[in-house]
Write a protein that binds this ligand. Structure first.
Ligand code: 5GP
Ligand code: MG
Length: 178
């Protein structure tokens, strides 16, 4: 389908699954080269990264583990302050090579928070693999090492990414209509 409607918004087909999968395979090749003998633990951030993590890990051939976390956000005492917390990390990551698997890096807020949290567990190193990166949207001083695709600063859905909870199951990526 070239155009779809989700709730009150219209979207155009933007990146087809074939192209997505190709870029994921290329990323896996890089990870296999760079992290060989490092016994990494991949940590996928739910919900958005579930499809990306699933396809990526099929092409990661080095010895590695994968686990999943979720970020809980809730309002702090100051109403403008959103406190974010990482839930579900039960594995020991001290002295491990950690690779965070994200769906998208936009402002970089989430990635910065994740990196700060993970440092508390004293990993050997923390790298980031993201399906999508919006270079024009970043405001934080963080940069994902492994990027499958760079995209312009537009709102997209599909392949794990949602609009208000919907659209995560779309196989292709769609971009919001102007
Ligand atoms: P950040 O601004 O912290 O880098 O991005 C955090 C989160 O915002 C992402 O994990 C994702 O859930 C959401 N996000 C950012 N850009 C988009 C987008 O274009 N589409 C969708 N569906 N979510 C986005
Ligand atoms: Mg979201």
């Amino acid at each position: 389908m070239k155009e779809i409607r989700i709730l009150d918004k219209d979207f155009d087909l933007f990146i087809e699954y074939d192209a997505i999968l190709n870029s994921i395979k290329q990323l896996a090749v890089k990870l296999n080269e760079d992290l060989e003998n490092k016994n990494p633990i991949f940590v996928a951030v739910l919900n958005g990264s579930f499809m990306f993590a699933s396809d990526l890990m099929k092409y990661v051939t080095i010895p590695s583990e994968i686990t999943f976390v979720r970020i809980a956000s809730y309002k702090g005492t100051n109403s403008t302050n959103t406190i974010k917390e990482v839930l579900g990390l039960n594995e020991e990551i001290k002295n491990r090579t950690v690779v965070i698997i994200e769906d998208i890096v936009d402002s970089g807020n989430t990635l910065e928070m994740l990196l700060n949290r993970f440092k508390l567990y004293e990993p050997k190193e923390v790298k980031t693999a993201t399906l999508l990166f919006k270079p024009d949207a970043i405001v934080k001083d963080v940069k994902p090492e492994y990027v499958a695709m760079e995209i312009p600063n537009d709102f997209i859905v599909g392949f794990g990414l949602d609009y208000d909870g919907y659209g995560r199951n779309l196989k292709d990526i769609y971009r919001i209509k102007e």
